[in-house]
Design a protein around this ligand. Sequence first.
Ligand code: ADP
Ligand code: G6P
Length: 355
Amino acid sequence: SAAAAGDKTVVIGVAADSGCGKSTFMRRLTSVLGGGAEPPRGGNPESNTLVGDTATVVCLDDYHSLDRAARKARGLTALDPRANDFDLMYEQVRAIKDGRAVDKPVYNHVTGLLDPPERVAPPRILLLEGLHPMYDERVRGLLDFSIYLDISDEVKFAWKIQRDLAERGHSLQSIKAIIEARKPDFDAYIDPQKQYADAVIEVLPTQLIPGDDDGKVPRVRLIMKEGVKHFAPVYLFDEGSTISWIPCGRKLSCSYPGIKFAYGFGAYFGHEVSVLEMDGRFDKLDELIYVETHLSNLSTKFYGEVAQQMLTHADLPGSNNGTGLFQTIVGLKIRELCEQIVAERDAMTADAVKV
Ligand code: ADP
Ligand code: G6P
């Protein structure tokens, strides 16, 4: 956590491979932070930036230094650091933290070309989502909090099939081939970032159905680093205990294969972490309040806020399982962290004025 007295903007990094739920997470997050976010008015219709009252979302694909044709010509994927401009990324995030507007490039996902830059004013909160928010040490040092969405191969495949078969007309074989071709660069440049994350949302195949690995029922783990300033990990029942919980079927309806929660301590890349886990799916979102009642340190502003957020976004993917639940919870934690950083900064500024 890099908050300094002079910083004007809180910066949050969200890293994941493409198609792993970053945009979905951004929608839940901006909603929790207040006001949602929309494309900049009058700007480029292909802009990836979303501007809200509190937060601005910048997609780091905008820092692709090579366009689609140049990547193809050089045989590089977008995951390769050589296809991205980390100097400019660092310079612009630094400028925003210093309170200066920047002219950020725009990567056009339709044409695969770089469009003319757009102006980004310093927001209260800057959400940096993309392939590499924690890759470059300098950029990483500017992040006040970081999250990695760790989607297992089985689940990634299930999500991609669902989207690409339906919407993009790819065949099963070609989807498999695309994933396989990206895998070496994913392993080299994207996956290692998770060691730096303050929170990781891991999505794995269920353990409730023996031998199941089709990725349709997810087992989701929220891994929370201990000792991160302004971030008190969420816990189930009793902080520090090891818990396995199968909720009462009359209070929380669920069909096969059921729902199971777990909570405990562990180690993650040499850091002490607490881990909250949910395996299975909900049937009725309005019964979620029952789960919420048993969780602590949720950073809600009123009783039932988690359940309310989940209901508001019932249409988003993952709303009936741990991905939506944990994304919502992380959103609330980030809101509180941002409020605490701002309060601390204001106090420091007030002290400085007094002297
Ligand atoms: P990204 O921004 O990382 O590319 P998106 O949020 O756009 O990812 O999600 C890509 C696709 O993956 C969605 O359209 C959806 O089909 C699928 N997906 C994302 N999150 C989930 C989820 N939690 N559960 C099921 N499918 C999901
Ligand atoms: C990743 C990047 C995108 C890029 C896509 C396809 O998903 O996030 O910015 O467009 O890869 O890359 P390609 O080189 O096939 O255009």
